[in-house]
Design a protein around this ligand. Structure first.
Ligand code: GLC
Ligand code: MG
Length: 246
């Protein structure tokens, strides 16, 4: 294998049918030379549903629930589950969060043993999330808060997010960081860019990711001109990871 592609689904891989089709064809033509990982905020069930609806090609691994779960075929990685369970007290985090009426619980399917997810009004987010983080820290809990899409709030273990899950797999697969491309559009993708691989920020990215990129972006991060899967095609050419597109 000489290349690892890790991509977010909603509004990164998925969003524009024509370029998705072109990218799928290119990936299939090079399938024996690459590992493919989907990294999404969705639960495994909802991610599989999107795969059906959008005809997404079968990846080698799924990082679901913002990297709190790793699946290969339909099996959850027990070692990753074990790692995240250390130093994680979901009930205490939930008790603190329940004191914030601005946090509206997401559906049960989007909750998992290492992920509590809520919706919030974007105008209230800055203040509420700062207070929530302060209480979590004061209580000595090792949890992180991730804000995405101007409304989603995920509370996860400190040692579990898309970026850490990606590095765990990348090292297992033995692919070097300079042969790994991570792609995303929103806040829950920031952790992917904080690892040491190549990165693509699609042109249709959300404000929270663009704000992070302005402050922390590096030369190994590429902002495409094209949107969605078109951006992934552009980045593959930019970093010369596969033979150029005709
Ligand atoms: C997906 C998940 C949701 C999460 C959001 C942002 O939409 O379904 O639970 O909050 O991604 O990570
Ligand atoms: Mg997305």
């Amino acid at each position: 294998m000489n290349f690892l592609l890790v991509t977010d689904l909603d509004n990164t891989l998925v969003g524009e049918d024509t370029t998705l089709l072109r990218l799928n064809q290119k990936l299939l033509a090079n399938r024996d030379r690459l590992y493919l990982i989907y990294a999404t905020g969705r639960s495994y069930a909802l991610a599989r549903q999107l795969q059906e609806e959008q005809n997404l090609i079968e990846p080698d691994y799924w990082l679901t629930g913002v990297g709190t779960e790793i699946y290969r075929k339909d099996e959850r990685d027990p070692e990753w589950a074990e790692r995240l369970s250390q130093d994680w007290n979901r009930d205490s985090v939930a008790a603190i969060a329940s004191g914030f009426p601005d946090l509206i619980l997401q559906p049960e399917t989007e909750q998992n043993p290492w992920k509590l997810s809520f919706l919030i009004d974007s105008e209230r987010a800055d203040t509420v999330l700062a207070n929530l983080q302060a209480l979590i820290t004061q209580a000595g809990l090792r949890a992180q808060i991730i804000f995405s899409n101007d409304e989603d709030v995920d509370i996860l273990p400190k040692n579990g997010d898309k970026g850490l899950a990606m590095t765990y797999l990348r090292e297992k697969l033995g692919i070097p960081p300079e042969k790994t491309l991570v792609c995303g559009d929103s806040g829950n993708d920031i952790s992917l860019f904080q690892q040491n691989t190549l990165g693509l920020i699609v042109s249709n990215s959300r404000s929270e990711l663009l704000a992070w990129y302005r402050l922390c972006g590096e030369s190994r991060h590429y902002r495409s001109r094209a949107r969605f899967a078109g951006g992934i095609l552009e980045a593959i050419d930019h970093f010369k990871l596969m033979p150029p597109s005709e």
